[in-house]
Design a protein around this ligand. Structure first.
Ligand code: 13P
Length: 334
């Protein structure tokens, strides 16, 4: 393992003014997104859509540091035969790959999930590295509800995240460690804070036990935020203040960067929250975005599967990327 190189990549992924495009929707998830805009989820349509994003020059060269791909995409070619991964490299962004294989029901823990995909992961990482991937992503999902999460669900997911991260570093790939506490419930921001604190503490404990080099990873957490169905919705300042307090308490300064998921926040909320955090003074790590929905909802709508809308889709993507790029420096204005 070359830790200097892992640290260089991780630092580039969270460079000020830039962030990560999460374009790694699984086949099931991208179908849901396409259903919403009336587009059939065929391999050609998925290719055309992602090619549109990766050819968005303004966004890709100025505001996007890296792109998380799904397995299908990393092997796909653009219409003119150029591998899609080359389009990303040519723009100056770093290609990455989602390597978890989704979730399964966790035995003995009703309603809870464990992320799977460790079997043969070392071999898969080797192939992805040869193809050009320089970072990877693994997402654990923790739900908040009555009596959950259990410590069992938190522990097994943290253990798997650390196993994945160690395998990545051994393969010279920067792991994005993503323990996502969902914002789907009716809980308030303080419950989200408490659960996320337990999840992050356990995750870093496992990372240490399994000898993961913190200097060669990126954390992808949720923000401390109210559940979507909560009657008590915290405002932008409270989300920013509590999230920064939480991360300072749980994330060692050796970690080069933190890149948030958007998790169902609206585009503008996701931008406003990141921006407000940067107003809170110097932070010990790079702090930016790794958004899926909050970067793609607008271009998906503008494109709607029509070739004549490609330029409009690219404009919509570049706009959101620029807004989030500004927010990653605390320079965004509503
Ligand atoms: P969202 O920003 O849509 O939550 O997606 C980010 C991601 O990669 C989730 O794993």
């Amino acid at each position: 393992m070359n830790l200097t190189e892992l640290n260089r990549i991780a630092t580039a992924m969270v460079a000020p003014g830039k962030g990560i495009l999460a374009a790694d929707e699984s086949s099931g998830t991208i179908k849901k997104r396409f259903d919403a805009i009336g587009v059939e989820s065929t391999e050609a349509n998925r290719r055309d859509y992602r090619e549109m994003l990766f050819r968005s020059n303004e966004a890709m060269s100025q505001y996007i540091s890296g792109v998380i791909l799904y397995d299908e995409t990393i092997w796909q070619d653009a219409k003119d035969g150029t591998p899609l991964i080359k389009l990303i490299e040519q723009s100056g962004a770093i290609p990455g790959i989602k390597v978890d294989e989704g979730t399964q029901a966790l035995p003995m823990c009703p309603g809870e999930l464990v992320t799977v995909g460790l079997d043969k992961l070392a071999e898969r990482l080797k192939k992805y590295y040869e193809r050009g991937a320089r970072f990877a992503k693994w997402r654990a999902v923790i739900d908040i509800g009555s009596g959950i999460p259990s410590m069992t669900a938190i522990s097994v997911n943290a253990h798997a995240l650390a196993r994945y991260a160690a395998l990545c570093q051994a393969a010279q790939i920067v792991p994005i460690v993503e323990p996502e506490v969902l914002m789907d419930g009716d809980h308030d921001i303080d419950r989200c804070y408490d659960v996320t604190q337990r999840v992050l503490n356990k995750t870093f404990q496992e990372l240490r036990v399994q000898r993961v080099a913190l200097e060669g990873m990126v954390l992808k957490p949720n923000m401390a935020i109210s559940g979507k169905k909560s009657p008590k919705q915290a405002g932008v300042e409270e989300v920013a203040e509590k999230t920064v307090r939480l991360l300072k308490a749980c994330v060692p300064a050796a970690v080069p960067g933190i890149a948030f998921l958007s998790g169902g926040q609206s585009d503008e909320e996701a931008t406003a929250h990141l921006n407000a955090m940067h107003k809170l003074g110097p932070l010990p790590w790079g702090l930016t975005f790794s958004y899926g929905r909050a970067l793609q909802a607008a271009p998906q709508k503008a494109w709607s599967g029509k070739a004549e809308n490609v330029a409009a889709g690219q404009r919509a993507f570049s706009h959101r990327a620029r807004m989030n790029g500004l927010a990653s420096k605390g320079e965004w204005q509503s």
